[in-house]
Design a protein around this ligand. Structure first.
Ligand SMILES: [Zn+2]
Length: 135
């Protein structure tokens, strides 16, 4: 499941393909979306940190995960500075895409209908994440 963390990021799409599974590649590198209610982390409640499935950067603390009912793992906050936002107008919608600040991998989108204290809902593909359990 989890790839070893490495500072040596691939420089070509060919190297990314070797490093990632087909599903991870589709989400992280082709900005794909996994099917609703299919992701392995959807119902996970354990303590720990969700990290980038491509580069291992810490992205979301399990404490900020909540059950949004949207079909993808949802968080109300991200690890500061490790997630970038970009306007995404694909599919006839205006959404805010979130990507890994370290490797540029696509993670999902952020919406303004989340719970307190941020009021935000990060809707993230399981395939874009790995999970580090708190020891
Ligand atoms: Zn990354």
């Amino acid at each position: 499941m989890s790839e070893p963390e490495s500072d040596d990021l691939p420089t070509t799409e060919e190297e990314w393909r070797e490093r990632l599974t087909d599903e991870e590649y589709h989400v992280l590198r082709e900005r794909g979306t996994e099917p609703k209610f299919s992701g392995e982390y959807l119902d996970q409640k354990a303590d720990g940190t969700y990290v980038c499935g491509a580069c291992g950067a810490a992205l979301f603390d399990a404490e900020t995960k909540f059950d949004s009912g949207c079909g993808w793992p949802s968080f109300y906050d991200a690890v500061e500075g490790n997630v970038e936002r970009e306007v995404d107008t694909r599919h006839g919608m205006r959404r805010i895409e979130v990507t890994c600040a370290n490797c540029g991998g696509h993670l999902g989108h952020v919406f303004e209908d989340g719970p307190e204290p941020t009021g935000e809902r990060y809707c993230i593909n399981s395939a874009a994440l790995d999970f580090d359990t708190e020891e």
